[in-house]
Write a protein that binds this ligand. Structure first.
Ligand code: ZN
Ligand code: ZN
Length: 238
């Protein structure tokens, strides 16, 4: 049974090698590190000094990478990793699909088009954790993004109308619909406004708010998504 919260360097390297490896595993790992790290010339360069056998063991999992990781992590750059991945993938759609199929459970994006930069971040993260050796690496947000919550509910940037009901998940709304046909939720969050002292008129009428807003930025009143529907309770706690 695979532990989905943790991806070892060895497992990562094997998956990557299957898709973009053009050389034997040891050379591939050496190249992966070399391309991802810009060491100052005054520093010992483990990508030059270490043996093929060491790199082979990083690949097989026979050696963990924490020692080399702590030497290179501060000189690693996500963009360099991305450059290496791009140089191997060369816009080859099949390769990109294979990469996505193989690594998407660990990527911090749900967007196929971002899979290369996300893979680069994943590699740097694996090295960072190995370098710090501070326990298990936890995927920070990949799953949270798929969680059902108002914070991640897609909405129209102009009207703030949700594309998916954050209360029941309904996605089919007729043109002009103002309420969810599945549960009656207003499709746009709004504040409750501020009622005048007499209670007879608005001091400040309700304002349209973004789905994840708890309070109105114009009048400070709570929003209906927050107060009436308690939707923020479903949001991931950080
Ligand atoms: Zn609904
Ligand atoms: Zn308001």
């Amino acid at each position: 049974m695979q532990d989905m919260s943790h991806l070892s360097f060895s497992e990562f390297a094997k998956r990557l090698h299957e898709v973009i490896g053009e050389e034997p595993p040891a050379s591939f790992v050496r190249e992966l590190f070399s391309s991802s790290v810009s060491l100052p010339s005054t520093k010992e360069n483990p990508m030059v000094t270490q043996s093929d056998d060491s790199f082979r063991k990083y690949f097989t999992g026979g050696n963990d990478i924490s020692a080399i990781a702590s030497k290179v992590i501060e000189y690693m750059d996500v963009e360099d990793v991305e450059g290496f991945l791009n140089s191997r993938i060369q816009d080859d759609h099949d390769k990109k699909c294979k990469l996505w199929d193989s690594l998407s459970p660990w990527l911090d994006t749900g967007n196929f088009n971002c899979c290369i930069e996300s893979t680069a971040r994943l590699f740097v993260e694996i090295v960072r954790v190995a370098a710090s050796k501070q326990g298990k690496w936890k995927r920070s947000n990949a799953k949270a993004k798929q969680d059902f919550s108002v914070y991640t509910i897609p909405y129209d940037e102009n009207t703030y109308e949700v594309y998916r009901c954050p209360n029941c998940g309904e996605t089919h709304f007729d043109v002009g619909a103002e309420y969810c046909p599945g549960c009656g939720l207003p499709l746009t969050n709004h504040c409750k406004g501020v009622v005048g002292i007499s209670g007879s008129h608005w001091d400040d009428p309700p304002h349209v708010c973004k789905p994840a807003q708890k309070f109105c930025q114009k009048c400070g009143a709570p929003t209906v998504y927050y107060e009436d529907f308690h939707l923020m309770d479903k949001a991931p706690r950080k």
